[in-house]
Design a protein around this ligand. Structure first.
Ligand code: ATP
Length: 670
């Protein structure tokens, strides 16, 4: 490519809002007669299928002088070819071509990748559909760069957060209206209850949960605090009569254990921070997999989200390796869950109907890179990590291959999702519905040629796996459309006193009437003045009596209500106590069961290891047996050969002896 072509490409991809074919604003979806509560994603819901979409991104070579092994042939084809010194087999140069949904060359900007690959998934999320986007490739191929980027050149994750908040900004519900129910679902509570919870958690001192004490080391600048270039894009066809709320969670899968990156770590003044406990995967009541007891943070702005993301990133396991100064040693999963529910008929508050709550999820996964130990020279922990990374990526491959085989041949082979935590967690995306997209990151260095071939083969094969298309969610539930706007107009008009016909509630004015009339008593027979005074005082007495009666009536009513409320309060308190006891008991049971599950998992692991050892021993014994059989056969053949040899010799001896005898006899006869 010459310099002018390079400039044209840069201009095209770097200009904000421009991408190869996508616009920032999404188109309105076809409405359907369906509403949805939680995330029931079963294949039966949807009949149409789409393939897993795979995109290829080539990172710039670390050193412009380096030889490269990849060439972009068209916007969806790349060629992989070895350079001098690379493997040539049977005298033939191994070069391959691979086709993808789109190929992004080394000049493509982060914005272009986001617009092309991730923006449609954000649109889906806002329309109530699920999505899984993951980056895949060898170590140091640019997966983390593509997913996270830098504050000045943000990757997919921060851009997704920016666009989500740009889109739902004024339609967000107040904090704690939606609450995670700890079983992968959400509860909805009234704004009054949410306000009480806000006060309890944020305002009343001492009631907030104790935070992990921060270490004395100075904090590095947060992702959100640096000069961040915000993505200004917005999805503008979202349902305005819904209220929205965003929850995020951040986990990592390290050595096939799931850890919560947002969990508060307990601090012991003597021993320091307690190491985090691994989490278990569970199935919710709609058969969806989730990480049990994982912290889900409700966020109201991208800045809050970045703080959470940054907190998680600090805890991610990264290490210096021969191929990457900051190599991810774990698979990380950033989950964005959008909870939305329609407004009530007055357009004022969220409808208190859990059946109308719609939860959609976008999982952004940065997989750890595959690496060959002989190239990285890893030792100790790094080697063990690399082994686990390669093992889990292998399971991912096997799952994709089995899925493709099942779909192609209409067979029902078991897909080994459970063999690795990554595949187990994302089982629903492949068995259920939603969009699945993968970005294959490629390092163009010629030394990576051999490993890149495996990555490309897997990526090309993955495109043949089909995933059920998510059905459109219908949010129109028969209430007046545009009620949010109508309510706002009403409120504005009431504030400006422009609504003449606003209903006025008549109320008794508590006043004893006008003040004393002006009069002068000149002498004791001034009857006129005395009559006026008498009338005035009678009027006051009457008024006082009416007000007293009204006050007493109201007081009685108030007392009755107060008594009723107190009774209700005591009833609720005792019910609450009972519920708390139940919850405590259930929590105890749950933790007991969790311990049991952990113990069983440990046992399972031990058994697996034992079986592996037995299998190894078995294979060694088989080899020994084969060896012995071979030796026995050899001895048998040797024995046969000797037998045959002896027989021949005997025959020859007999023959010689006979001949000898005949000649001796004939000599004697003569
Ligand atoms: N498109 C790109 N433009 C500029 N720099 C890039 C690009 N892609 C990757 N890099 C740089 O390459 C280096 C390695 O990238 P990164 O850490 O993202 O690799 P990775 O695939 O996540 O590796 P690992 O699997 O070991 O974690 C980083 O310094 C990153 O800044």
């Amino acid at each position: 490519m010459d310099f002018s072509e390079f400039l044209i490409r840069r201009k095209f991809f770097d200009s904000p809002g421009k991408s190869p074919t996508r616009r920032c604003i999404s188109s309105r979806p076809e409405p359907q007669m369906r509403s949805r509560g939680k995330t029931p994603k079963k294949k039966g819901n949807s009949t149409q299928q789409d393939p897993v979409e795979v995109y290829c991104r080539i990172r710039p070579a670390g050193n412009p002088e380096d030889e490269t092994c990849i060439k972009v042939l068209s916007e969806n084809t790349v060629q992989l070819l070895p350079t001098d010194g690379a493997t040539v087999r049977n005298g033939q140069v191994k070069e391959f071509q691979y086709k993808f949904q789109h190929v992004f060359d080394e000049y493509t900007s982060q914005k272009a990748i986001y617009d092309y690959v991730a923006l449609p998934m954000v649109e889906d999320l806002l329309h109530g559909k699920n999505g899984l986007l993951f980056t895949y490739g060898i170590t140091s191929s640019g997966k983390t760069y593509t997913m996270t980027g830098t504050p000045q050149d943000q990757g997919i994750l921060p851009r997704c957060l920016d666009v989500i908040f740009n889109s739902i900004n004024e339609l967000q519900v107040k904090k704690y209206v939606f609450r995670p129910d700890k079983m992968n679902g959400f509860e909805v509570q009234s704004e009054a209850d949410a306000m009480i919870e806000r006060q309890r958690r944020e305002i009343l001192p001492g009631l907030t949960t104790p935070k992990t004490p921060t270490p004395a080391t100075p904090k590095p600048p947060k992702f959100g605090e640096q000069a961040r270039l915000r993505d200004m894009c917005k999805v503008d066809d979202i349902e305005e009569d819904n209220n929205y709320c965003v929850f995020v969670s951040y986990i990592e899968i390290y050595n096939n254990y799931v850890f919560d990156l947002l969990e508060e770590l307990h601090y012991d003044p003597i021993t320091g921070y307690r190491p985090p406990q691994s989490k278990i995967l569970r199935t919710d009541n709609t058969e969806n997999m989730y990480v049990h007891n994982c912290v889900e943070v409700e966020i109201k702005s991208p800045e809050e989200a970045f703080e959470v993301m940054y907190k998680g990133q600090k805890r991610r396991k990264v290490a210096h390796t021969a191929l990457n100064a900051e190599s991810s040693r774990s698979h990380s999963v950033f989950n964005i869950r959008l909870v939305q529910a329609p407004l009530d008929p007055r357009g004022e508050e969220v409808l208190q109907d859990p059946e109308r709550v719609c939860i959609s999820q976008l999982s952004l996964v940065d997989l750890a890179g595959s690496e060959r130990s002989k190239r990285t020279d890893n030792m100790g922990d790094r080697l063990k990590e690399a082994g686990n990374i390669n093992q889990s990526l292998m399971v991912l491959r096997t799952c994709m291959e089995t899925l493709r085989e099942n779909q192609k041949n209409n067979t029902n082979k078991m897909v080994p999702y459970r063999d690795s935590k990554v595949t187990h967690l994302f089982k629903n995306y492949f068995d259920g519905d939603g969009k699945v997209r993968m970005i294959v990151c490629v390092n163009p260095r010629s030394q990576e040629y051999e490993e890149t071939i495996h990555v490309m083969k897997f990526a090309e094969m993955t495109q043949e796996v089909m995933v059920a298309r998510a059905t459109q969610v219908r949010f129109d539930i028969g209430l007046t459309p545009g009620r949010r706007k109508l309510h706002q107009q009403y409120k504005d008009a009431a504030a400006a006193n422009e609504v003449a016909a606003l209903p006025v509630v008549p109320s008794l004015v508590y006043s004893l009437g006008p003040s004393f009339p002006p009069m002068e008593l000149l002498h004791s027979s001034d009857d006129k003045a005395l009559r006026i005074l008498e009338d005035f005082l009678n009027d006051r007495c009457n008024r006082r009596h009416t007000l007293n009666t009204d006050f007493n009536k109201k007081e009685e009513e108030f007392r009755a209500r107060l008594v009723e409320m107190e009774r209700e309060y005591y009833r609720l308190t005792s019910k609450n106590e009972q519920l708390m006891k139940d919850v405590e008991k259930k929590e105890k049971d749950m933790s007991k069961n969790e311990n049991k599950v952990r113990a069983l998992e440990r046992k399972h692991e031990e058994f697996t290891k034992y079986i592996q050892t037995l299998e190894r021993e078995n294979s060694i014994m088989s080899l020994k047996l084969e060896d012995k059989n071979w030796k026995i056969n050899l001895e048998k053949t040797e024995r046969e050969r000797m037998k045959h040899d002896f027989k021949t010799r005997l025959e020859m001896n007999n023959y010689a002896w006979e001949k000898n005898m005949v000649s001796t006899c004939s000599e004697q006869l003569c």
